[in-house]
Ligand binder design. Structure first.
Ligand code: SAM
Length: 458
């Protein structure tokens, strides 16, 4: 196995001796947006000097601006089944919890997707508990086809990321054939002892099988994989080093590391007593971790969900986050049943503003909410994406595509004031663009983005 507890502990221990000059040298290297290795990261994580932390934050913001500009990619989760055979100590779906479990019928999925499309979403993350009998791979594949087929007016889902339990190479090949975007799986914790304690029973208890899931996914042809840990289970610095070693392992073996990294923090959930978890991560440490990850992997998308509240989400956008979920429900059938109130969410969300409010605030704060899915549709995945990203070329494609999808969103879902804001955002990025070309951004070209065969340039 490429994760060894003693090794990670020794890296963290040795890094405690890093002197100020060495920290400065690491930060100088980080400024060039070429990434850092896990030993550099161990030193940065453990520095407590305010001047170092201020500089880490400032470099994280600069890297974010340099590589992603003002763009923030938006998505929403779609929970399709809460059947689960695992007993995970932190999760509301724990099979020991008794509640009315269910999976969505295809008609219910269409209803959920319709609501998400009406919010303007083009990118979803499909979520499910693990139960090979009641939520089989065939069911998941049927969900995927239903979601991609579901079109309403101008609404359609163009990229479906999938967050289901670790599975076989053969099943990953099926997911690839069903044209999923990123396969997302959180390791939960890289500390095997904690992992064993947290996963009391069920197939997820197998640490190695879970850890090697991305190897199987990539062997099955999936190019883009998204990692993460559930912060709050074990020592957060240990977790970040684990994540970095995992990323280095995938880079070495497959030529591309994580396409995205998520930074979920443990939230309240039905029956769990959050205070019984001794490694809860406070805000200060969480901010530092996010910024350090941005320095380590400048080209990896960083995802923040509604597990975080409004204020923290705003803050972390300046420390490296490039993708946000908006208007999320963490419950099976939760979008259709919103009016009735939530009943069995996997965990409680902390930013429950609707998508319009979140997107509107992003615009007011000078960001460009992006609904772009062109990379995936144009085959820019895995090492191809990373090559373009590392050479700096990717942003020439991303900015116009982001503006195009923002313009499309404004036309389809915005009121007059939102349309004006979208126009102002385009003018901010391209001050000399004519009104005629702004109009063309939607009128002529949107369909081509939908068809997805090519990218569109201003
Ligand atoms: N069943 C799949 C698996 O085993 O990986 C999908 C996982 S679940 C739908 C998505 C993620 O939610 C989990 O990987 C876990 O990290 C996170 N999660 C579970 N309980 C949570 C809680 N109480 N607070 C925050 N996140 C939680």
């Amino acid at each position: 196995m490429f994760i060894e507890k003693e090794y990670i502990n020794s890296v963290l221990e040795q890094a405690k001796d890093t002197d100020d000059n060495e920290i400065e040298a690491i930060l100088n290297r980080a400024e060039h947006s070429r990434g850092l290795n896990h030993t550099d990261i161990a030193a940065l994580l453990q520095t407590t000097k305010p001047e170092h932390i201020t500089r880490i934050f400032s470099i994280a913001n600069n890297i974010k601006q340099q590589i992603y500009g003002n763009r923030i990619v938006l998505f929403a989760p779609l929970y399709v089944s809460d059947y689960c055979v695992n007993q995970c100590a932190y999760c509301g779906y724990n099979c020991g919890n008794s509640f009315n479990r269910r999976k969505l019928t295809m008609d219910e999925i269409r209803r959920e997707v319709l609501i998400l499309e009406q919010m303007g979403h083009k990118r979803l993350a499909l979520e499910a508990g693990e139960d090979d009998d009641r939520c089989s791979i065939d069911y998941i594949l049927e969900c995927i086809h239903t979601i991609y087929d579901m079109k309403c007016n101008n609404g359609e889902i163009r990229r479906l990321n999938v967050n289901i339990a670790a599975t076989t190479t053969e099943n990953y090949r099926k997911l690839k054939d069903a044209e999923i975007g990123t396969y997302i799986l959180f390791q939960e914790t890289y500390d095997q002892d904690v992992y064993n304690r947290m996963h009391i029973s069920g197939p997820k208890k197998d640490f190695a099988y879970h850890l090697e899931a991305f190897d199987r996914a990539m062997e099955g042809g999936i190019d883009d994989v998204g990692g993460g840990v559930l912060f709050g289970l074990a020592d957060p610095f240990f977790e970040v080093i684990g994540l970095m070693i995992h990323n280095e392992h995938l880079e070495k073996k497959f030529g591309a590391g994580f396409h995205t990294i998520s930074v979920p923090r443990l939230c309240k959930s039905g029956t769990i007593n959050i205070n019984a978890f001794p490694h809860l991560v406070n805000d200060q440490v969480f901010e530092k971790i996010t910024a350090v990850i941005r320095l380590a992997v400048p080209f990896t998308g960083m995802i923040l969900s509604t597990r975080e509240g409004h204020t923290m989400r705003k803050k972390l956008l300046k420390l490296g986050i490039s993708q946000l979920s908006a208007g999320s429900s963490t419950e099976v059938g939760g979008y259709s049943r919103r009016e009735e109130g939530r009943s069995n969410p996997q965990f409680e969300v902390n930013d429950d503003r609707d998508a319009t409010a979140i997107i509107g605030e992003l615009m007011d704060d000078g960001y460009i909410p992006s609904f772009c899915t062109a990379c995936y549709r144009s085959g820019r995945t895995g090492d191809r994406f990373m090559e373009l990203a590392k050479s700096g070329q990717i942003k020439d494609v991303c900015l116009p595509n982001a503006l195009l999808t923002l313009r499309e969103y404004a036309e389809d879902y915005g009121n007059d004031s939102f349309k004006e804001k979208a126009k102002a955002a385009i003018l901010r990025e391209y001050p000399h663009i004519s009104n005629d070309r702004i109009r063309k951004l939607t009128v002529e070209n949107v369909e081509k983005i939908g068809a997805g065969a090519r990218d569109l340039y201003l």
